[in-house]
Write a protein that binds this ligand. Structure first.
Ligand code: DP6
Length: 357
């Protein structure tokens, strides 16, 4: 609805079977299906949107920084707002203001959380009656992995086979209450920006890695097995698939020319520590997975949390360890929880967002 501020919160996700490589760059269609867990507090994105006649052009602020919409990649990503406008038969310009509760450079997928929340709140603000699945298709076109953040809990992005991308969407395997014992520990080992973006990196891998040729088939089978393991709450199988898939993706990165190295020495020490921990326990009690960065996500169960936390925290080079769990999908927030846009002036409200998730 025009002239009214809408605000939503949404969360990042961590992939256990990874998306790395597109069969269609423009539509953002992946070579294989992937599965992730949507994360809970303290990780969230809060996004406000206002469609208003007072605005002469679109303006987007992320973490207080005005985005340069003349930049090609930014323009491509945010062209999704035009698609929403087309669907709503509207020409009104938009102001978008978004904050992450976590630093974008912390290696937590802020783009996924941001894009999912934007797709959700834009569709609501324009009064479009879209299903979560349709929203996931829109979010996918901003950033692939974002489509999975349209749902809470355990989510699969079906790669689809159609050329127009209409069957490449996310669906929920199980909600955030399905497996309450599951914990995700995030070991922060570096806060610096990655040396190459996921978008550029995966394109390079698809184009140059001979190892990559076997990756889509491998990951597709892993996705099917992981879905069954999640449904059955079979931790050992989930853990093995998760660790192997992370290693498989990072192997194709190393095989890229020139090579892509997201993991660092601290990441590798964590890998060895987790294997040592599992060996000593006589069973698998923890699994690691790394996205396009050196920070480790460790999946474990409540009953092993203390032990795993101690082991990971004592790895030399670990700066801090955050804790999260399977969390919910995006939701609209009430006025009293605070917006990031002043309706009267059609300007961002300066400062950190008020209110909680
Ligand atoms: C390593 O979704 O950021 O996190 O579609 O080009 O925007 P684009 O890429 P993006 O890639 C994420 C890759 C990953 C694995 C994953 O989340 O599945």
């Amino acid at each position: 609805m025009e002239g009214k501020v809408y605000t939503a919160v949404g969360s990042p996700n961590i992939a256990l079977v990874k998306y790395w490589g597109k069969r269609d760059e423009k539509r953002i269609l992946p070579h294989n299906s992937s599965i992730s867990i949507t994360l809970s507090l303290p990780l969230y994105t809060k996004t406000s949107i206002l469609f208003s006649k007072k605005l002469r052009k679109d303006e987007i602020y992320i973490n207080g920084m005005k985005q340069d919409l003349d930049d090609r990649e930014a323009r491509e990503r945010f062209s999704t707002i035009d698609k929403f406008r087309e669907m709503a038969k509207s020409k009104t310009k938009a102001l978008v203001v978004s904050y992450n509760s976590f630093p974008s450079s912390a290696g937590i997928a802020s783009s996924a959380s941001g894009a999912a929340t934007l797709a959700f709140v834009a569709s609501k603000a324009l009064g479009l009656s879209m299903s979560q699945r349709e929203m996931s298709i829109m979010a996918r076109q901003i950033s692939g992995s974002a489509c999975r953040s349209l749902f809470g809990g355990f989510v699969k992005w079906e790669k689809g086979t159609r050329r127009d991308g209409s069957d490449s969407y996310a669906r929920q395997i199980a909600d955030e209450n399905h497996w309450p014992a599951l914990v995700n520990l995030i070991a922060i080992v570096s806060k610096s920006k990655k040396h190459i973006s996921s978008r550029a990196g995966m394109k390079q891998t698809v184009g140059t890695s001979s190892l990559y040729k076997s990756r889509p088939g491998y990951a597709e089978t892993a996705s099917a097995r992981l879905e069954r393991a999640i449904r059955a709450r079979d931790f050992e199988t989930l853990a093995e698939i998760t660790m192997k898939d992370s290693n498989s993706m990072h192997a194709t990165m190393l095989d890229t020319w020139p090579p892509i190295l997201y993991m660092n020495d601290v990441s590798r020490r964590i890998v060895l520590r987790i294997h040592e921990l599992n060996e000593n326990a006589g069973k698998t009690i923890a699994a690691y997975t790394f996205d396009a960065g050196p920070n480790a996500h460790i999946i474990t169960l409540n009953k092993h949390k203390k032990k795993v936390l101690n082991a990971v925290s004592s790895v030399s080079g670990v700066i801090e360890v955050l804790e999260s769990r399977p969390g919910r999908g995006p939701r609209l927030v009430a006025d009293r929880e605070g917006h990031l846009i002043d309706r009267e002036t059609a300007k961002p409200i300066v400062g950190r967002p008020r209110g909680k998730r």
